[in-house]
Design a binder for this molecule. Structure first.
Ligand code: OSB
Ligand code: MG
Length: 369
């Protein structure tokens, strides 16, 4: 396989509704897509970096910059024989995992398409469909929240995740439990909005039988999570803190989490995501696949990953319609609460040319050969 060039493309995708978290509100996504062109095939990667450095230190403009200034030139200087060579070649550049993930995924997709292999099989998928959860943003009122949750349950979503922050936690959880009952699989995500001083508040969620509390404390506060885990009954799940398989192993060893959210973008790609899956499986720690409001490009690969055996909880792998009126690919749709795992070559989907053209705001071609 010979890489001939990389295309960086920005697309603007309006969300069907604003998505509010403890770190901000998104009205639309400004997404960086990476297309790797080889002599045999082309492949796609979606960079999950958001517009502003609020979820993590990465942001889309920085991802584009590091790709064109460092990462792509590094691949030009040392062309990868296959996708497994991309990570080692980029390793000397610190951080920027979301940018690295997009580049590696594009190369991996091209390689798999050329070899007529699917990403799902390559990663070790054991299912042909995965259960879908949905992440529900912070709302202006509990009534509004209940009506959105009702809509998602009616659509068939198998697990509800409520975004929480101080002042929007026990009340919405109680309201959802009272209205929809104790059988609904329910969890919460704080996106680092609490401190250890909030132990009593977080323990007040214990009676509601939540599956997990996701990332209550600061990204770097692994010991804080371990201390919290000893004082609340709800299992602690880490998202932001788990930036690598090594970070996952450390967090588990320290008792900081009983469950892990695996987001391929956050950890540098699908190969590292699989290593996290394996580390967690070896420790008996269940994982689930997170999301970053991806288009069908990123979603396809996430769904492939979510089909691995230790993904035993429903992920934030919702249908296209939860995010976008028009997706870039053929839409992912719910079938009995599940999404089908793509079985085509590579990630198994590709952007629809007319839709892609319509959503594109800028385009850049970086020749490698
Ligand atoms: O913390 O899981 C998160 C979206 C953007 C950034 C961070 C997070 C999220 C979500 C939505 O919760 C997940 C999705 O449905 O894609
Ligand atoms: Mg999260």
């Amino acid at each position: 396989m010979k890489l001939t060039g990389i295309e960086l493309r920005r697309v603007r995708m309006p969300l069907v509704a604003p998505f509010r978290t403890s770190f901000g509100v998104e009205h639309d996504r400004d997404i960086l897509l990476v297309r790797a062109v080889t002599d045999e095939a082309e492949g796609w990667g979606e960079c999950v970096a958001m517009a502003d450095p609020l979820y993590s230190s990465e942001y889309v403009e920085a991802a584009a910059d590091v790709l064109r200034r460092y990462l792509i030139p590094a691949l030009a200087a040392r062309p990868p024989a296959d996708a497994t060579a991309v990570g080692p070649t980029l390793h000397r550049f610190k951080g920027h995992r979301m940018a690295k993930a997009a580049l590696e995924t594009a190369v991996l997709d091209a390689e798999l398409r050329a070899g007529r292999r699917s990403l799902a099989r390559e990663l070790g998928a054991v299912r042909d469909r995965v259960p879908a959860g949905v992440s529900v943003g912070i709302m202006d009122s509990v009534d509004e929240l209940l009506s959105d949750v009702e809509g998602y349950l009616d659509e068939g979503y198998l697990r509800i995740k409520l975004k929480i922050q101080p002042g929007w936690d026990v009340e919405p959880v109680r309201a959802v439990r009272e209205r929809f009952g104790d059988d609904v699989l329910l969890q919460v995500d704080a996106n680092t909005a609490y401190t250890l001083g909030d132990v009593a508040l977080l323990a007040a969620l214990d009676p509601f039988g939540l599956l997990l509390i996701e990332q209550p404390l600061d990204e770097e506060d692994v010991l804080g999570h371990a201390a919290l885990a000893r004082q609340v009954r709800t299992p602690i799940c880490l998202d932001e803190s788990i930036v690598s398989a090594r970070a996952a192993a450390d967090a588990i060893r320290l008792g900081a989490c009983q469950i892990v959210n695996v987001k391929p973008g956050r950890v540098g790609g699908y190969l590292e995501a699989k290593r996290i899956h394996d580390v967690c499986a070896a420790h008996g720690v269940p994982v689930w696949c997170g999301g970053m409001l991806e288009t069908g490009i990123g979603r396809a690969a996430n769904v492939a990953l979510a089909a691995l055996p230790n993904f035993t909880l429903p992920g934030d792998t919702s249908a296209s319609g939860r995010y976008y009126r028009t997706d870039l690919t053929e839409p992912f749709v719910l079938d009995d609460g599940h999404l089908a795992v793509p079985d085509g070559f590579g990630i198994g989907v590709a952007p629809v040319p007319e839709i892609l053209a319509e959503m594109t705001t800028s385009l850049e071609w970086l020749p490698l050969a």
